[in-house]
Design a protein around this ligand. Structure first.
Ligand code: GLN
Length: 478
């Protein structure tokens, strides 16, 4: 069995027809990992034994009459989401040896749906980065060109899905970490609206921005996974009681009659011309399929990166305080004092980018600077949110690039943090405003590197972006 193009929906159909069992499917995924991961480095750990046991249970349940779109489907999980009994290192030396004592809500929901947890995917340490090069353990490679990065921080999940080592995966997105690697690797990545999916049991980077979402081969698969993940959770007070619509039903409306907005600040140059050519072709395809294209303005776009790197680092400095060798994580061997214990444990366990962000975040929150940096960033964040509210008065979704470039070479950008941060320009505004966004493949460069387009929708408007993305994807395929 070749799982490289196998989708959740196809696999579910074959499981129903008994073409293969979940054990056979899971074994095929494990075989693919064995065969390909020496090149791709997408996984940090694989739980073959546990996965096969879960697959057996899924097969038994199916024989007993149970059904479900995700029953017996193996899914890869980014290594910062807790799955009981599996490691959860966040790609940090600080958490080597940590085994999750409980399921995150998203894991519990997938477990209930009968998902098989095959393995844990590589990422930038604590999700801080855009290339997966900040992993403390290994550098994941882009399946389309092994000399290039897969994007990040959910680069392991994207490479696993696009490289034929997973049927689907979970990622997290604080400022683009689902959408950008999906674009670099040529798969679909959906960042739900803030609060649509529970963050309970997901290692926090920036709590007002983080969301878990699906990384899949098709838009339909993203809808199926989102259906299982979404909803109010008593363990996460930021998940409101907004009804979860039938996302699969939402796919079918078509582009006809939809108003798609192009934010003019996203089309003024600066991005790679091959990337822009693919995105413009996608705009034309949407227009040809019956969408009305309108120009909109998001005037505070130029401040988004600065605001994001203040808010995200401030929250990270607070969230990562717990990894101190006492409450969690690596503990230094022979501390000379209590101060030494904290200082050395963190100095030894955390990587350079994580330390940079903790220091930056602590600085912007410190007395005397708080109002000038953090306070002001929060005010501009409100203005960014208002820009989007205004734009969505005249359109159903926005269409933009995901990233200013296609995948770059390993080592090319990692010595220049600012350059790396600027690559997040098209993705961070959605997190700051709490919107939903999806990255869908829309072409490739002359060198054969995938390019994604981004559709952004209003908060809890996942149905609209799924509908537009599905119509586009079907049109391209036809
Ligand atoms: N690239 C962004 C950052 O480095 C986003 C990361 C993310 O979404 N987790 O912060």
């Amino acid at each position: 069995m070749d799982i490289s193009t196998l989708t959740i929906c196809d696999a579910a159909a074959e499981l129903r027809k008994k073409t293969f069992s979940s054990v056979e499917l899971t074994q095929a995924v494990l075989d693919a990992i064995n065969k390909k991961d020496a090149d791709l480095n997408a996984y940090l750990s694989v739980d073959a034994e546990g996965a096969l046991l879960q697959a057996e249970a899924a097969d038994a349940a199916r024989s007993a009459g149970r059904d479900g779109d995700l029953l017996g489907i193996p899914v890869a999980v980014k290594d910062l989401i807790n799955v009981a009994g599996q490691p959860c290192t966040c790609a940090s030396k600080q958490l080597v040896g940590y085994v999750s004592p409980y399921d995150a809500t998203v894991s519990a929901k997938l477990r209930q749906a009968g998902v098989v947890f095959a393995g844990r995917t590589n990422m930038d340490e604590f999700a801080m980065g855009s290339s997966t090069e900040n992993s403390a353990f290994k550098v994941t490679r882009n399946p389309h060109d092994l000399t290039r990065v897969p994007g990040g921080s959910s680069g392991g999940s994207a490479a696993a899905v696009a490289g034929g080592e997973a049927i689907a995966a979970l990622g997290t997105d604080t400022g683009g970490s689902i959408r950008q690697p999906a674009s670099f690797c040529g798969c679909v990545g959906l960042k739900p609206s803030y609060g649509r999916v529970s963050r309970y049991g997901v290692t926090a980077f920036a709590s007002s921005l983080d969301q878990v979402g699906p990384m899949t081969k098709t838009v339909e698969d993203a809808a199926v996974l989102l259906q299982a993940l979404a909803g109010r959770d008593a363990h996460d007070g930021t998940t409101p009681d907004v009804p979860v619509p039938d996302y699969r039903a939402a796919l079918r409306g078509g582009l006809k009659g939809m108003k798609i907005g192009l934010p003019k600040e996203y089309y003024i140059g600066g991005a790679d011309h091959e990337v822009m050519a693919c995105v413009r072709k996608a705009v034309d395809a949407c227009a040809a399929a019956g969408a009305e294209i309108v120009e909109v303005s998001l005037p505070h776009t130029e401040y988004a990166i600065a605001v994001y790197y203040i808010v995200a680092t401030a929250e990270a400095s607070a969230n990562l305080a717990r990894f101190d060798g006492v409450r969690y994580g690596h503990r230094t061997a022979n501390p000379g004092s209590v101060f030494d214990l904290y200082a050395k444990s963190r100095a030894e366990g955390l990587g350079t980018e994580v330390k940079r962000r903790i220091i930056l975040g602590t600085y912007v929150l410190s007395s005397g600077y708080y109002d000038a940096y953090y306070g002001r960033a929060q005010k501009v964040r409100t203005l960014i949110r208002k820009d989007f509210a205004e734009a969505f008065k005249t359109c159903d979704a926005l269409l933009t690039p995901v990233a200013p470039t296609a995948a770059y070479r390993i080592g090319e950008a990692c010595d220049d943090p600012l350059k790396m941060y600027l690559g997040d320009i098209f993705t961070v505004p959605a997190n700051l405003a709490g919107l939903c966004g999806i990255s869908v493949p829309c072409g490739q460069t002359a060198a054969g590197l995938p390019v994604g387009m981004q559709l952004l929708g209003p908060a809890f408007g996942e149905g609209s972006i799924l509908r537009a993305a599905y119509a586009y994807e079907q049109g391209v395929r036809a």
